[in-house]
Design a protein around this ligand. Structure first.
Ligand SMILES: Cc1cc2nc3c(=O)[nH]c(=O)nc-3n(C[C@H](O)[C@H](O)[C@H](O)COP(=O)(O)OP(=O)(O)OC[C@H]3O[C@@H](n4cnc5c(N)ncnc54)[C@H](O)[C@@H]3O)c2cc1C
Length: 394
């Protein structure tokens, strides 16, 4: 079991909390305009947060998976879109550091990986690079069920062709870290496509109901050259990570724990009369609704924290099931709480620039996040322990 609240972890959460008011202030504009939170990422760059999960020996802040979760939760409290996009960036840092360190690799692959990630980290820490993770293609739902994006090996690297949907940070990232396959292989390659390479098109409108600041448009790759040094995991390691470090797929849920917290923040202030028409806290119905919201949040946070304390390589099946349960709970608790808050706060709480209506919309997006969407997790939970592994469909 990992100790969840280390002194260092608390300090990093406090540092993120200090950035919170400025982030919250801007969140309304990003939401209205559906634009990327560049100023927030500038703040992260200045505060060293782009390197949150980069090891200290490479100039990062050295946060591990659990500490990342706590920092992400705090960020989600101030702006869901920023938390979600920050997750895409930071997930690559975790994948190439703590997670990669736990995977089996040959000595040669380990040495190559060490060189490549050092250069990638240098780009983030010194040049302020932002990384994205466009994995979704809209064809196959599973984490490693196969991808259609193709990489052809050429002199000095790869040529990548394919299409990714919902590519958060599409016009903002310096690297699009894609999953792709080489013809004839049965393993996923993890390649960092330089955003300024020839053959990349960002297409489609972006006018969604929530998480509007993520600007998750479609990305088209047409024979795009990717240098060999941008293979950020040795071949086979992405599949190994999905199998042996599945907690990687729950990182998005921490943003939604933060949104739950934001709903609580809003509701308590509103019922006390500080940001609403007048005090409402004497009404028993309101107190009951408020109590329900607290319970929902406490359950969700407690379950996530339990999972965080045991997160690591090669979890037991029961632990993976608990992780699915934590994701479903976080992703469903956030919209439930926002919905209850609307009920008990009333119509005027929905008027902009009150944040509740945005929280309500952002919260609803959580369930859709593949590969561990709520439906996928529920389906897996529904089958677990009812069948032997051999009887389970893939
Ligand atoms: C704001 C936002 C930002 C995003 N950012 C990114 C990003 O940066 N990178 C990225 O890779 N993706 C991103 N996504 C995409 C996301 O992870 C999903 O891929 C996307 O929401 C899938 O939409 P779809 O209509 O293709 O769903 P479909 O795949 O058509 O699924 C439809 C429904 O069926 C469920 N479902 C699908 N497969 C199964 C299954 N096997 N078992 C049970 N239920 C299933 C789904 O959960 C969903 O409810 C983002 C999505 C949103 C909304």
């Amino acid at each position: 079991m990992t100790e969840l609240f280390t002194e260092r972890g608390r300090e990093l959460v406090e540092r993120m909390a200090a950035l919170g008011p400025a982030i919250a202030e801007r969140s309304h504009r990003y939401d209205r305009e559906a634009t990327f939170p560049f100023e927030n990422f500038d703040d992260f760059r200045d505060a060293g947060f782009l390197g949150l999960c980069i090891p200290e020996e490479h100039g990062g802040l050295g946060a591990d998976f659990a500490t990342y979760a706590l920092v992400s939760e705090e960020l989600g409290r101030h702006c869901g879109s920023t938390a979600l996009t920050f997750n895409m960036h930071t997930a690559t840092m975790l994948l190439t550091s703590q997670i990669a360190d736990d995977l089996e690799m040959s000595d040669h692959d380990r040495a190559v990986h060490a060189t490549r990630r050092a250069e990638m980290y240098r780009g983030v820490v010194e040049d302020g690079h932002i990384h994205a993770q466009p994995f979704s293609e809209g064809h196959l739902p599973g984490a490693t069920a196969g991808v259609s994006t193709r990489a052809v090996q050429v002199d000095g690297g790869f040529r990548v062709t394919g299409r990714k949907i919902f590519a958060s940070l599409a016009g903002a990232a310096d690297r699009h870290n894609v999953t792709c396959m080489v013809e004839g292989e049965d393993q996923i390659r993890f390649l960092g496509v330089p955003a300024d390479a020839d053959g990349i098109t960002i297409e489609g409108d972006w006018d969604p109901v929530g998480m509007r600041g993520t600007v998750s448009r479609n990305l088209l790759f047409d024979d795009v050259f990717v240098p060999a040094e941008h293979e950020y995991l040795p071949p086979g390691c992405f599949d190994q990570a999905a199998e042996r470090w599945p907690y990687f797929f729950m990182t998005l849920s921490f943003s939604f724990l933060g949104i739950q917290r934001a709903v609580l923040d809003f509701t308590s202030t509103y019922l006390r009369g500080d940001n609403g028409p007048s005090e409402r806290r004497d009404n028993h119905q309101k107190q009951h609704g408020w109590g329900e919201m607290r319970l929902t949040h406490e359950r969700s946070q407690a379950l996530t924290y339990r999972v965080l304390a045991e997160a690591g390589v090669d979890p037991a099946p029961e632990q993976v099931q608990r992780a699915w349960a934590a994701v479903v709970t976080a992703m469903e608790a956030a919209p439930d709480m926002a919905s209850t808050a609307v009920r008990i706060c009333g119509g005027r709480s929905l008027l902009r620039p009150q944040v509740l209506e945005r929280l309500y919309r952002d919260a609803r997006c959580g369930a859709t996040m593949l590969p561990w969407s709520v439906e996928v997790c529920l389906e897996r939970l529904g089958r677990a322990d009812l069948f032997d592994d051999a009887d389970l469909p893939a």
